[in-house]
Design a protein around this ligand. Structure first.
Ligand code: NAI
Ligand code: MG
Length: 350
């Protein structure tokens, strides 16, 4: 297959982990006979330095005409206090690509048990994915002040269509995995949650192979710590998803391991690790490249439907961890510390 990918390395460790992801993609091309046409463009601090803007229009145009976008990370102390901020580029591109569904997998890789705060027997079987609504809800309400400056209001507004498109995405993902979907809401109190539940129940009729469960958000927060292995796909509105996915991310124990995808109905998806530009370790060949590499696997799976290729990358990550290759953020007592490049070398050999 031939695909066009726009690559936005960004700042700090962004270019370092992106270099690793591109080497993995080259290996996938060679093994499976694909052709990935890669165009690199500036975003964030690098783009401010070169053009004065965190998201130059050339970068956005290139992203829009590609099949998928890979992003490293943006930001750093160099641009602190400037009028234009690197992070504006990130918010802008999410908005301009209209990526309304944020997918965040949480997988407890075997042999990483030593860095999770949860007991090993609790995290053994954890392999879940959040589908968080990303462009609606409280965060996009018109903030209003009343009685002069005495009262603040945030409106939790959802249109049925906004719920439908993200819920449909979640059903599709559930159908391609174990067939279990947990919809998280607060339908005992919130009207928007009642509408959410209605939409989920209606959509369920089109996906008879998916078993749906509804869970109240407070219970979900508890269950994620008590028994995270019970979940497969979790779909929820913007703020609940923000909080719960951060909570769940601790199950794996390291920021450097976490991948994410933001997708729309049509148009390119945006794939990026959850971590930032890590200025404290930038330029030292010390960053964990696995979050970026796993984001690349998500791109292959969700944008290109290359499931075997994505499986192969995820398996290689597991094997490298089993063999005790570790960057410093996932240090184990058994292995020595590897550089970013050495981790990628090991992935490619497998
Ligand atoms: P951060 O995620 O960059 O770093 C937090 C801590 O985790 C640091 O100690 C860092 O060394 C470590 N870390 C992060 N990724 C790692 C990796 N792959 N391997 C090993 N260790 C890793 O968050 P922080 O320090 O709050 O922000 C730094 C800059 O990044 C800021 O300018 C911030 O605005 C930006 N940022 C950008 C994001 C993005 O581009 N998506 C997301 C979060 C922050
Ligand atoms: Mg958050």
């Amino acid at each position: 297959m031939e695909k066009t990918i726009t690559v936005l390395p960004g700042d700090g460790i962004g270019p370092e982990v992106m270099k690793g992801a591109l080497r993995v993609l080259k290996a996938v091309e060679a093994r499976y006979g694909h052709q990935f046409n890669v165009t690199e463009m500036p975003i964030g601090g690098k783009a401010i330095d070169e053009t004065g803007l965190p998201l130059p229009s050339e970068t956005l145009e290139q992203c829009k005409k590609s099949d998928a976008v890979l992003l490293g990370a943006v930001g750093g102390p160099k641009w602190d206090g400037m009028e234009k901020r690197p992070e504006q580029g990130l918010l802008q591109i999410r908005k301009d690509l209209n990526v309304f569904a944020n997918l965040r997998p949480v997988k407890a890789f075997a042999s990483l048990g030593d860095i999770s705060p949860l007991k090993p027997e609790l995290i053994e079987n954890v392999d879940l994915i959040f589908v968080r609504e990303l462009t609606g809800g409280l965060y996009f309400a018109q903030p209003k002040r009343r009685t002069g400056n005495e009262e603040a209001v945030d409106t939790l507004y959802y249109h049925r269509n906004e719920i439908e498109r993200v819920v449909k995405k979640a059903f599709e993902i559930a159908a391609s995995r174990s067939g279990k979907l947990t919809s998280v809401d607060k339908a005992n109190v919130l009207e928007s949650s009642k509408l959410w539940r209605e939409v989920v129940n209606e959509m369920a009729k089109s996906f008879p192979e998916v078993k749906v469960e509804h869970m109240l958000v407070d219970n979900a927060a508890m269950q994620l710590v008590r028994n995270p292995g019970q979940f497969d796909v979790i779909v929820t509105e913007n703020m609940f998803g923000d909080i719960l996915s951060d909570e769940a991310s601790m199950i794996t124990g390291s920021l450097g391991m976490l991948a994410s995808a933001s997708v729309s109905e049509e148009g390119p998806g945006l794939y990026e690790p959850v971590h930032g530009s890590a200025p404290d370790i930038a330029g030292k060949n010390a960053a964990n490249p696995l979050g970026m590499v796993l984001s690349t696997a998500m791109m292959l799976r969700h944008s290109f439907h290359m499931n075997d290729e994505a499986d192969a990358i995820e398996m290689a990550v597991q094997e490298v961890l089993n063999a005790n290759y570790r960057t410093s953020d996932i240090e184990s007592k058994k292995g020595r510390i590897s550089t970013t490049d050495e981790m990628v070398d090991q992935l490619i050999y497998r």
